[in-house]
Design a protein around this ligand. Structure first.
Ligand SMILES: N[C@@H](CCC(=O)N[C@@H](CS)C(=O)NCC(=O)O)C(=O)O
Length: 204
């Protein structure tokens, strides 16, 4: 499998799930500004949508879209526990969180990465995000991860989105459960490795 990613972008969630699974994979960095890969290919020929993440499977098929991709990758190695067994309510609980992180958290962060977003829009987005964080805060009370004590694909995605909140201008200190969740995920060996591989942490 090959993951097309951009350092620190939402593609880091798939990168974490791959690293946590222990399955073999390779990565290719994508420059989102000029849509080229680190090997000089035109990324839009690889993924016509022009955005990350996407994964080329060993049989040549491409799969993208975080909500589908993170479920798919998480189910590849059941023993890793990243997705509960397909068809169970527990599996759909993780998918429910993937949907929440995607449409309620990630999507509401997007305007902060567009240089032309008016400040009034950013303020309105911050208000929405504060409401979503308040909900997360109650959901994470007494739990290590979104669905309980097991780390899943949805936790990888939430971790990556929470990484952006400094840039968004919301201090997670006001949300102690979310802040503790973020620190807990950051400390995982696979997550540390991925952050190093993406150039976000200096190698020890
Ligand atoms: N619908 C996609 C959106 C992914 C997405 O927002 N990717 C961002 C990085 S976090 C991106 O590549 N943006 C560049 C662009 O849209 O040109 C998904 O959910 O996977």
């Amino acid at each position: 499998m090959k993951l097309y990613y951009t350092p620190g972008a939402c593609s880091m969630a798939a990168h974490i799930v791959l690293a946590e699974s222990g399955l073999p994979y390779s990565t290719t960095r994508v420059n989102l500004k000029d849509k080229t890969t680190e090997t000089g290919e035109d990324y839009t020929k690889i993924n016509p949508k022009g955005y990350v993440p996407c994964v080329r499977l060993d049989n040549g098929a491409m799969i993208g879209e975080n909500t589908a991709l993170l479920g798919y990758l998480g189910e590849l190695k059941p023993a890793a526990g990243l997705m509960p067994a397909a068809g169970t309510i527990e599996n759909y609980r993780v998918r429910e969180w993937l949907g929440f992180v995607s449409s309620e958290m990630h999507r509401n962060c997007t305007p902060f990465f567009r240089p032309d977003t008016p400040e009034a829009t950013l303020q309105a987005q911050r208000e929405i995000l504060r409401k979503r964080l308040a909900y997360l805060e109650t959901e994470l009370a007494g739990k290590s991860f979104l669905t309980g004590q097991a780390f899943t694909s949805a936790d990888a995605y939430l971790f990556v989105v929470l990484n952006w909140f400094g840039h968004v201008g919301i201090d997670l200190a006001a949300y102690p459960n979310a802040k503790a969740f973020h620190a807990r995920v950051a400390a995982r060996a696979a997550v540390q490795q991925v952050m190093k591989d993406e150039g976000l942490l200096k190698a020890a």
